[in-house]
Design a protein around this ligand. Structure first.
Ligand code: 5AD
Ligand code: SF4
Length: 363
C-alpha cells in the first residue's frame, strides 16, 4: 500500500475501502494501523474516555440469530435490576470517577419510556455525568421522553448494512426501520452511536466497506465494531468467530473515514484476543467501556460466552485502566467525552441563546 489516498475516503469510495480492508501482507496492514493511530492522535488526542456500562435487564423480545439473549433462548435465566439498584451502581461508579453511565438492556418493553426517563433523571441528579442509553428500537415519542429527561447519547448498532442479511439475522425486522430509529434519535438531539459485527455469515469485505460508508452517511458520533463470537444456544452456534485482524482493519479504516468519532475498543475483541484492548487502542480506538454491572447479574448477560469485560470499580477497575493507558503513552480522560462535533454545535447554540432541553421538559 503506497500511502493512503485520504481524498477517496472522504466521499467515501466503497471500492477503495474494500481494497484497504483486503490489505494482507504484514507491512501493508501495519502501515494502515500506523496511519489510523496518527489520525486518532491528531483528531481526538491521547485521552481515552471510559464509560461504565450497566446491563440492567437481559430480557429481550427480539430473536437476533447471533445473540445469547434472544427471546427463544430458554436456557438463560433472566433478570431485571430495579431502579434503586441501577441508581446505587451509578452512584458508586460516579464516586469512582466515571463521567458517563451507559444503560444497556435487551429490548425489554417491561420498562416504559417514562420508567427509563425517571432513571435517567435520577442519574443526572448525581453529578455532571453523561447518560447513554442502549435499549433498542422505540417510537420517536418514546425517544423524545428519554431525551427530555436528560439522556445525552444513544447506541443502536446497525449490525450489518446488507439489507438481505439484516432480514435473515433479525426475523421480522428491517435495516430501514433501524436506520429510521437512528435518524429519529439524531433529530431529537442525541449523540448517536452505531456499529456492526465482523464475521457474520455471507459477509464479505464489500459488505464491511458498506458498513463503514453507512456510518459516514449517518454521521455517527460513536461506532462500535466487534467480531462475531458464536454462542452455543443460538442458531449460529457452529458459525466460526470473526477475524481479529479484519476487525482491527475495519476499526482503522473507520478512524480514517470518521476522524472525530468516538471508537471503543470492544469487549468482543478482547474476548477473542487477550491483547485486544491494547491492539484496538493502537489502531484508532479512543474509548473503553468497562462493565460495572453487579457480578451476580453480569454473568447472566451472556450475549456470547466468556465476555472479557473489565472488572468493576470496587475492584479498582479504573485504576488498572489508568495504569494500562500510561504504559501506552495515553491518559485517562477527565471529561465527559462528548461528541467532538456536537460540542462545537452546542457551544454555537448557547452563543445564540438557545435553551437546553432538560429543565424545560423535565418532570
Ligand atoms: N458476537 C458478537 N457480538 C454480538 N452482539 C450480539 N451477539 C453477538 C455475538 N454473538 C453484539 C451486537 C449487539 C450488541 C449488544 O452485542 O452488535 O448490538
Ligand atoms: Fe436482543 Fe440486542 Fe441480543 Fe438482538 S442483539 S437478541 S436485540 S440483546
Amino acid at each position: 500500500m503506497a500511502g493512503i489516498d485520504h481524498k477517496r475516503l472522504e466521499e467515501p469510495d466503497i471500492g477503495y475501502i474494500a481494497q484497504l480492508l483486503r490489505a494482507h501482507p504484514e507491512d501493508e496492514a501495519e502501515s494502515l494501523f500506523r496511519c489510523s493511530d496518527r489520525v486518532r492522535k491528531c483528531s481526538v488526542g491521547d485521552s481515552v474516555h471510559v464509560r461504565g456500562i450497566i446491563e440492567f435487564s437481559n430480557y429481550c423480545s427480539r430473536n437476533c440469530l447471533y445473540c445469547g439473549l434472544r427471546r427463544d433462548n430458554g436456557r438463560l435465566k433472566r433478570y431485571r435490576m430495579t431502579p434503586d439498584e441501577i441508581i446505587a451502581v451509578s452512584k458508586t461508579a460516579i464516586q469512582n470517577g466515571y463521567r458517563t453511565i451507559v444503560l444497556q438492556s435487551g429490548e425489554d418493553p417491561y420498562y416504559s419510556a417514562s420508567d427509563i426517563a425517571r432513571i435517567v433523571d435520577r442519574i443526572k441528579d448525581l453529578g455532571d455525568v453523561a447518560v447513554t442509553l442502549s435499549v433498542g428500537e422505540r417510537s420517536h415519542s418514546e425517544y423524545a421522553t428519554m431525551k427530555a429527561a436528560g439522556a445525552d447519547r444513544f447506541l443502536l448498532k446497525h449490525e450489518t448494512a446488507d439489507p438481505d442479511l439484516y432480514r435473515k439475522l433479525h426475523p421480522g425486522k428491517s435495516l430501514d426501520e433501524r436506520i429510521e430509529c437512528l435518524k429519529s434519535l439524531k433529530d431529537l438531539g442525541f449523540q448517536i452511536g452505531s456499529g456492526f459485527i465482523i464475521g457474520l455469515p455471507s459477509q464479505t469485505v464489500s459488505t464491511i466497506a458498506r458498513d463503514i460508508a453507512l456510518l459516514k452517511e449517518l454521521d455517527v458520533d460513536m461506532a462500535g465494531i466487534g467480531p462475531f463470537i458464536p454462542h452455543p444456544d443460538t442458531p449460529l452456534a457452529s458459525h466460526p468467530a470473526g477475524d481479529v485482524r479484519l476487525t482491527l482493519k475495519a476499526l482503522a479504516v473507520t478512524r480514517l473515514v470518521l476522524p472525530h468519532a468516538h471508537l471503543p475498543a470492544t469487549t468482543a475483541l478482547s474476548t477473542l484476543h487477550r491483547d485486544g484492548r491494547r491492539l484496538a487502542l493502537s489502531s484508532g480506538a479512543n474509548v473503553i467501556m468497562p462493565n460495572i454491572t453487579p457480578a451476580r447479574y453480569r454473568e447472566l448477560y451472556e450475549i456470547y460466552p466468556d465476555s472479557a469485560s473489565l472488572s468493576d470499580p470496587e475492584h479498582g477497575g479504573i485504576r488498572e485502566i489508568a495504569e494500562m493507558l500510561e504504559s501506552m503513552g495515553r491518559r485517562l480522560s477527565k471529561t465527559r467525552g462528548d461528541s467532538f462535533r456536537r460540542r462545537r454545535q452546542s457551544e454555537h447554540s448557547r452563543a445564540q441563546g438557545m435553551p437546553g432541553m432538560r429543565g424545560g421538559l423535565r418532570r
